[in-house]
Design a binder for this molecule. Structure first.
Ligand code: NDP
Length: 247
């Protein structure tokens, strides 16, 4: 049996999930990336190499999650680290958001995190050991306009993280969250550059004065997953250049 740790990163085919998977693989963690788009996952796997494995999974199909997790446990032996990173956002005026749209965001960003965690924890409990990292957001730290469902989902993630941590830490499973600030991607950079007022607002309250890089989130996840964080549980770690405490 391999002594390498096994991680599952949902949404690991792109963006922050990819950056997390990259750090994990580079530091000897066998990493399974999961998402709906196999082409995207295969491209990521090509870059990440043979210690990365790609699996399709639509996390909103909650009923399929137990079988998905059981399949991984059969193939890889166990899951030591779960990163609940898959997520969607929707920017829309409060009164324009339909019930279906609200539920779709909640289902992806919250319900799936619960179900995936519950199933993976069943495996972790066999060894009384494991680490779960949820990806939260600045939307849970302060009020942001036009992202009602997203804000609700990410605020719930912080509560879920704390509740899971108190229940599971006595059983050897640490549960933490990362709250990324404004992190560079083609999409976020274009969005900010096309809205100078918003850009000024973001950087006006970010003491470090610039955006973060996906790698910053990868490094934070690597730390939380490592033995160096063996006494850390129940925290929501902002990786935000000070944005959440900025004036
Ligand atoms: P991306 O859109 O690049 O990545 C999201 C990933 O989630 C994709 O790989 C996508 O894969 C996967 N995903 C979405 N829906 C599903 C689903 N139903 N089932 C399985 N996988 C799914 O976004 P980011 O990297 O920016 O976001 C990653 C996380 O970080 C999210 O939780 C987001 O809320 C959070 N975040 C990001 C910030 C940023 O600045 N980028 C700031 C704060 C928080 P596929 O299409 O293959 O299904």
């Amino acid at each position: 049996m391999s002594t390498k740790k096994i991680a599952l990163v949902t949404g690991g085919g792109s963006g922050l999930g990819f950056a997390i998977a990259q750090q994990f693989v580079q530091h000897g963690i066998t990493t399974i990336i999961a998402g709906r788009d196999m082409d995207k996952l295969n491209k990521a796997k090509e870059t990440l190499g043979s210690d990365c494995h790609a699996r399709t999974c639509d996390v909103t199909n909650l009923a399929s999650i137990p079988e998905f997790v059981n399949g991984l446990v059969q193939d890889f032996g166990q899951i030591d680290i779960l990163v609940n990173n898959a997520g969607i956002n929707q920017k829309k005026e409060f009164t324009e958001v339909t019930d279906e749209e609200f539920q779709r965001v909640i289902s992806t960003n919250l319900c799936a995190v619960f179900t995936m965690s519950r199933e993976v924890v069943k495996d972790m409990l066999k060894r009384n050991s494991g680490c779960i990292i949820n990806i939260s957001s600045m939307a849970a730290q302060y009020g942001l306009p036009k992202v009602i469902a997203y804000s609700a989902s990410k605020t719930a993630i912080d509560g879920l993280t704390r509740a899971m941590a108190v229940e599971l830490s006595p059983k050897g499973i640490r549960v933490n969250a990362i709250a990324p600030g404004f992190i560079y991607s083609d999409m976020t950079a274009t969005a900010l550059n096309s809205d100078p007022e918003r850009k000024a607002k973001v950087f006006g309250r970010t003491p470090m004065g610039h955006m973060g890089q996906p790698e910053d989130i990868g490094q934070a996840a690597l730390y939380l997953a490592s033995d160096g964080a063996k006494y850390v549980t129940g925290v929501v770690l902002p990786v935000d250049g000070g944005n959440s405490i900025g004036f």
